[in-house]
Design a protein around this ligand. Structure first.
Ligand SMILES: [Zn+2]
Ligand SMILES: [Zn+2]
Length: 233
């Protein structure tokens, strides 16, 4: 009799015939959760990438193995916004469905592996919400500071919101982040930019971090204004 050994999604190598029994074990549940947490962190760090392919226009399409029900709610990639699936497949929502684990439990596991106070030191790509004016990305707050893709901006970080570029650790967090009431471009169309950070930083209580250097990389989320208003409310 031959035994076929297969690798489970949790990383365990098991006999194919005993797969059903294995899926019911505590060991499987524990390892699957750890694997999901590691995948989430690695995808946020850009050391692991969603499984898929780029077409001639540079648009990313996930493979069948990557595809889950949540993906059907994502806007199809376009030439000007080629990474809609790429961005989505790095989110907590998608990883939860990819591994079939509970979202709250996964969040807790991620926090255990990577406490928030370590994020500033290791996470290189953060997210910033900006306004779009005449095709340019500008600061919602001052309406003047321009964020150009690939161009680094430098501003000294000071405590008490005195300086630096404010970012969030997830695109969803940046989309939902409140902006000051006296911001000049509250009503303009807005997007969330993925930015590479560097230099010094200051952490604020509400999950916001100010970095002294940021380089805008790409548009991570396009926000419908209605949705923005709802998030801010
Ligand atoms: Zn398993
Ligand atoms: Zn998905």
């Amino acid at each position: 009799m031959t035994t076929t050994i297969v690798e489970c999604q949790c990383g365990a190598r098991i006999r194919k015939s005993s797969r059903a029994a294995h899926l019911r074990t505590t060991r499987h549940a524990t390892q699957l959760l750890a694997a999901a947490a590691e995948a989430y962190i690695a995808r946020q760090d850009r050391t692991e990438h969603p499984v898929g392919r780029f077409d001639n226009a540079g648009r990313f399409w996930p493979d069948d193995s990557e595809w889950r029900g949540c993906c059907s709610g994502v806007r199809e990639p376009s030439r000007s916004y080629p990474y809609s699936y790429m961005v989505h497949c790095r989110t907590m929502t998608h990883i939860t469905r990819l591994y079939g684990v509970d979202e709250q439990v996964l969040r807790r596991e991620v926090r255990k592996l990577r406490p928030p106070e370590h994020l500033g030191a290791t996470q290189r790509v953060w997210f910033k919400r900006v306004a779009v004016v005449d095709g340019r990305f500008v600061s919602i707050f001052d309406g003047v500071t321009e964020y150009r893709l690939g161009k680094q901006l430098i501003q000294a970080v000071r405590t008490n919101h005195g300086g630096g570029f404010y970012v969030r650790d997830t695109a969803e967090g940046a989309a939902a982040a409140p902006v000051p009431d006296d911001s000049v471009l509250l009503d303009a169309p807005q997007v969330v930019l993925a930015v590479e950070v560097g230099g010094s930083y200051t952490r604020y209580d509400n999950g916001k971090v100010a970095f002294s250097r940021i380089t805008p990389l790409y548009v991570a989320l396009e926000l419908e204004l209605e949705a923005v208003t709802q998030l801010a409310a």
